[in-house]
Design a binder for this molecule. Sequence first.
Ligand code: ATR
Length: 282
Amino acid sequence: MSPASPTSLYGVLGLPVAGNPTQEMIEAAFDAAGLDARYVSLEVQPEALADAMRGARALGFPGLHITVPHKVEVVPLLDRLTPAAQLSGAVNCIKREGEELVGDNTDGKGFVDSLRELRDPRDAVAVVIGAGGAARAIVAELALAGTARIVVANRTLGKATEVASQISAGTGVPVESAQLTEPWTVPGDADVVVNATTVGMSDPAGRIRLDWSQVGDGAIAADVVIAPSTAFLRDAEEHGHRAVDGLGMLVEQAVIGFRWWTGIEPDRAAMRAALEHELGLG
Ligand code: ATR
């Protein structure tokens, strides 16, 4: 009898990683696909990141997720970056290709794939509220997906201006910045409005006060907050708009990593069920 081939080991490096539901989603997909693979959530201190990456290389991890606070610091430890990772300056998903580690940023891709269930972002006018890491990844991916125009609105205008000028220069898509005041009037030609701030994350009733009155019916409101509904989404629905929740974005992000790593289309429904179970929703 020939010896069994070793179990493939995947994982996420972050701090903290407790409560990160990606392990449950990816392992549900491994089970559904009948793969002999495991996914581990590993807590790594910032000063240990370079050693951890050397260890992952030595151990032959075929794929890794990287989460807060390592998404920017991991960049110089990699051999190559995808265009999305170059544009956002941050990596959350790594694939080993031969001896090389390739970094991608799937934060925005997961968002765009979950948006695509309702509409193609091509030629859309998008408004992104926020200018942190999540917002930057989403603006980059919307631009790469061919949106006509993007407005980045942030409480701290300088951060919005920086994101806007970098993504515009990198893609040729017009990206403007705006000062987010409250209440803020959502531009009337918006097709897609994204809450990419942390508002609503710890306080489910938390909301940025928005005036939706100028926006025509049937726009799409999307929230990065990981919850089936938020005050932002409920307000938008009351004004006749359609909602995309943050759970779909998280599932699509895990789907993209799984597909990239294994070449197999994962069982989305099993992943969504695992996510809902982990969050106490299912
Ligand atoms: P992430 O990496 O999850 O995007 P982040 O980088 O800390 O998190 O960014 C948080 C975003 O939420 C920022 O755009 C922040 O606005 P500022 O740049 O002005 O800080 C936004 N944000 C957080 N709390 C907010 C609030 N109460 N009102 C408006 N925007 C808020």
